[in-house]
Design a protein around this ligand. Structure first.
Ligand SMILES: [Mg+2]
Ligand SMILES: [Zn+2]
Length: 198
């Protein structure tokens, strides 16, 4: 059976947004990031980082710099017992390269991850601090979650925010709210199981 996934934006959601981050020394987790990843994993979600990195197309960061930053983030997450299953990035920008299907809110990265990890996109979470991070939930049928870290607090009242988008203070708060929802959904089953055993 296909797995459920949490698609998580990088800059402003997992780590501080340093604008065209090129220096691995500047990779720093946001409060609640590692905790949120661990809880989402316990809830059964595959963890997939999806990040637009137009700095590569713009010539602001090199491929090698991106790779070093990505490796540093992987190492930090590993050290926090919060390693992710897959990281995908879009190095394009339509003003500088050909248009592409991977730049969020395009669906290319989600479809690629789904094919690679056998994911059920309609039951997955689309988490980030910008409209482009939560908009894919509308097309794919999952749940969009806006975090108030990064740009999120200013996006919360944007009229373009899809109506069903949920809001949370940070990634840990997303995971906690999702956990409560799934507990509420599963409660009748648990009661049945308890009744049968007593
Ligand atoms: Mg972001
Ligand atoms: Zn792209």
């Amino acid at each position: 059976m296909s797995r459920i996934a949490a698609f998580i934006d990088r800059d402003g959601t997992l780590i501080y947004d340093r604008h065209y981050l090129a220096d691995p020394e500047q990779v720093e987790l946001l409060p609640g990031a590692a905790e949120g990843l661990r809880l989402l994993r316990r809830l059964g979600y595959a963890l997939v980082v999806v990040t637009n990195q137009s700095g590569i197309a713009r010539g602001r960061i090199t491929q090698d710099e991106y790779d070093q930053v990505a490796a540093r983030l992987d190492a930090i997450l590993e050290a926090h017992d919060a390693a992710v299953d897959l990281t995908l990035y879009c190095p394009h920008h339509p003003d500088f390269t050909e248009p592409c299907e991977c730049r969020k809110p395009g669906l290319g990265m989600y479809r690629k991850a789904a094919a690679q990890l056998d994911l059920d996109l309609a039951r997955s979470l689309y988490i980030g601090d910008k409209l482009a991070d939560v908009q894919p939930a509308v097309a794919l049928g999952g749940a969009g979650w806006l975090v108030r870290t990064g740009y999120g607090a200013s996006v919360e009242h944007d009229p373009g925010l899809p109506a069903k988008t949920r809001c949370a203070d940070d990634l840990a708060d997303v995971a906690t709210q999702v956990s409560r929802q799934s507990a509420a959904t599963n409660a009748p089953e648990e009661l049945d199981a308890g009744g049968a055993g007593s």
